[in-house]
Write a protein that binds this ligand. Structure first.
Ligand code: GYE
Length: 324
């Protein structure tokens, strides 16, 4: 009995630390409308477009009123959107932050208005705790590690690596670089010899790769590590235009797992994509409805489940079944 009691107390303690201290939920009935303000980054990649669809479709399905704002990759637009959501008194704010810093003031304003903020897909760096309720999304550092492990296992110990970095200052760009470097640092033959941002877009991925392929180091580039599929897809075009064979002369690995990248891997023009799941609408509204309708505390972290895809597990069936 005493053992059971100790276990119960321990479980309650774990529960207490894993939930951020927050206002009691307003508790609305099953029929009442929930209003959510969502500040989306933009439409820079296939991944982003899929994430927008997931959040919009799921809101419609559940009868949740969604106020949607597209920031066109600009933080100033996101700050305006969040402030307007606060002014309109939404129940919950959902924010996909384009960069990691610069959010303290607006998050304090939301907190003062007692509106919980749920971050999705990108993290922020803030100096104090409790400025947002929850982060739903991927572990992008782990994605970087997975990419590096794949290179070590499939390419070997010696290769010059070109890196296409995501949006400067964004969580995924910082973390995917960090995770990748953390693993290759113990493999001295694997070196990043070129590294530049392509802002997560196909057009800039192509442009930057063109420059890499004109640089004095061009013949040492044996691997391309792109922080997202769109930049890799742009780079594939640049590689072909430079008269090289993508997937063979230069091994290509990126993050996201969008359908277009799957097709390239199946065609042998790319080699691997580390999955990052954009379909988080259902997880987001489970948290919001749990909080609003049942008074459940908002969890601090909701993780998405993700895999690694290469020629060993991509088939035509997998490509056809991919929604985005
Ligand atoms: O990898 C990229 C997008 O924030 C995780 O943003 C997301 C990234 C994703 O534009 O394609």
């Amino acid at each position: 009995m005493k053992k059971l009691l100790t276990l119960f107390v321990a479980m309650m303690m774990v529960l207490a630390v894993s939930c951020k201290k927050q206002e009691a939920a307003p508790e609305v009935g099953p029929g009442a409308k929930i209003r959510v303000g969502f500040s989306q980054i933009g439409a820079e990649s296939d991944w982003r477009k899929a994430s927008t669809v997931s959040i919009q479709e799921e809101a419609a399905k559940r009868g949740i009123e969604l106020l949607f704002s597209d920031a066109q990759q600009k933080q100033e637009n996101q700050l305006k959107a969040v402030r307007s959501f606060i002014a309109q008194g939404v129940d919950v704010i959902c924010l996909a932050p384009v960069v990691a810093t610069g959010w303290e003031d607006v998050l304090k304003e939301a907190k003062a208005a007692k509106i919980p903020v749920i971050l999705i897909d990108r993290k922020v760096t803030v100096s104090e705790d409790g400025l947002y309720s929850c982060y739903i999304g991927s572990d992008c550092t782990e994605e970087g590690r997975k990419a590096a492990r794949w290179v070590i296992e499939n390419v070997g110990e010696n290769a010059g690596i070109a890196e296409l970095v995501g949006t400067v200052g964004s969580g995924p760009a910082i973390e995917r670089k960090k995770g990748f470097e953390e693993i290759i640092k113990d493999h001295p033959g694997l070196k990043i010899i070129k590294s530049q941002s392509g802002d997560f877009t196909r057009s800039q991925g192509k442009e930057v790769m063109e420059q890499f392929l004109k640089s004095p180091e061009k013949d040492q580039i044996k691997v391309l590590y792109a922080h997202n599929d769109d930049m890799a897809l742009g780079a594939i075009q640049a590689i072909e235009e430079a008269g090289k064979v993508p997937g063979k002369d230069i091994v290509i690995i990126s993050c996201d797992g969008v359908k277009e990248m799957f097709k390239m891997i199946l065609a042998g023009k790319a080699n691997c994509t580390v999955e990052c799941n954009p379909m988080i609408g259902p997880q987001l509204y489970d948290v919001i409805e749990g909080y609003m309708r049942e008074g459940k505390p908002i969890p601090e972290r909701v993780e998405s489940i993700e895999g690694v895809f290469d020629s060993k597990n991509i088939t035509q069936e997998v490509v056809d079944g991919r929604r985005y």
